[in-house]
Design a protein around this ligand. Structure first.
Ligand SMILES: CSC[C@@H](O)[C@@H](O)C(=O)COP(=O)(O)O
Length: 355
């Protein structure tokens, strides 16, 4: 498939992050799909809070938002010297980095912003350099998604059904999406005939965001309860599970939204294929394997309440890890903009991404 087969403008209806030259506008994902409002961030700490609170979410999107957060942090500084700016920006960068632990894209984007500053000569315009770098991070992510969409869809046999988890679409990226980009590309060229999306409890990224995005594209998608996934697989309606990632380790172990691991186990049990789609900014060759990944745990209230109203008896406690790790042995393909790693392991990952 070439680019001309896909009308990308059709997927441009959702932009989670918009830099307007002075402030950062974030589409508030906490209140979608029925309320479409933007939160205006004027400082890096406001961006850090928006990432923590899930106003903006999805691994690539939080990296992009954080990069613009560094630009905002630079606005408050007086110095003309790049080295001094680099030193003064460090606390703000650390606060952005601490907003969420699991997605490596956050640390990756912040490191890129720091490297861009470090590469400057003393007289260079460091504010312009930061802005250019944030824009480059955003632009490259969109290009990566389009490339992954084509590469991932090419693996899927015509007439297939797919199941996806969480939200990996335009909302989670600079646009088009990772796993959802593969689904968009696969539907566009007739390979994907049926799309199923999990609810993705407890935050409902699938129910509130993914099927909303697809509905606006005119792509039919069927929502299922998370607990219906194995049964769906057994009925023969899906041939692939296609998901995104928050961190892919050097051996291919992959952290993604809680529930991904059990989908991979169920897919293997039913003889289905399991695809992980993520830009190379999600690949962390510095982390050897999945047990070294910090798994974010969020407020148990997400489980104990529904729409702000407690639905579980008082006194009951809950445990709310929001990511899990799928071992590489359960993954059939890791699709990135740099290429596809089939049956990923340490040697195959190293062959594409280096040491
Ligand atoms: C392209 S987004 C990939 C992942 O970030 C996505 O699958 C996911 O797990 C998002 O989790 P979230 O907690 O909504 O930020």
């Amino acid at each position: 498939m070439n680019d001309s087969a896909i009308d990308y403008d059709r997927y441009d209806h959702v932009r989670p992050i918009r830099w307007n030259g002075e402030t950062l506008e974030l589409l508030d994902q906490r209140v979608l799909p029925f309320t479409v409002v933007h939160e205006i961030c004027r400082s890096s700490d406001e961006v850090a809070e928006a990432i923590r609170a899930l106003t903006v979410r999805g691994a690539p999107a939080i990296g992009i938002a954080a990069a613009w957060g560094v630009v905002l942090a630079g606005r408050g500084l007086e110095t003309a010297d790049a080295a001094e700016a680099s030193r003064l920006l460090e606390p703000a960068i650390q606060r952005l980095n601490a907003a969420r632990p699991t997605a490596v894209n956050l640390a990756w984007a912040l490191a890129r912003m720091g490297d861009a500053l470090a590469a400057l000569d003393p007289g260079d315009d460091w504010r312009a350099a930061l802005e250019n770098e944030a824009l480059a991070i955003e632009t490259e992510d969109l290009a990566a998604n389009r490339a992954m969409g084509r590469a991932g869809a090419a693996l899927i046999a015509p007439g297939s059904g797919v199941l996806t988890h969480c939200n990996t679409g335009s909302l989670a990226t600079a646009g088009f999406g990772t796993a959802l980009g593969v689904i968009r590309a696969g539907v566009a060229d007739g390979r994907i005939a049926r799309v199923f999306a999990t609810e993705t409890r407890p935050w409902n990224q699938g129910a509130r965001l993914t099927v909303w995005e697809l509905a606006q594209d005119g792509i039919d998608a069927t929502l299922i309860a998370d607990a219906a996934a194995s049964h769906l697989m057994k009925t023969g309606q899906v041939q692939w599970v296609v998901v995104g990632a928050d961190r892919i380790c050097a051996n291919g172990d992959t952290a993604n939204k809680i529930g991904t691991y059990q989908l991979a186990i169920a897919a293997r049990h039913h003889g289905l294929k399991f695809m992980v789609v993520a830009p190379s900014s999600t690949v962390d060759m510095g982390t050897a394997s999945g047990e070294l990944i910090e798994i974010e745990e969020r407020d148990p209230a997400e489980l104990l309440s529904f729409r702000g109203k407690r639905v579980v008896a008082d006194g009951v406690s809950a445990w709310n890890p929001v990511f899990d790790v799928t071992p590489h042995a359960l993954i059939d393909a890791v699709v990135t903009e740099k290429g596809v790693v089939e049956r990923p392991d340490a040697a195959r990952m190293r062959a594409l991404f280096g040491a």
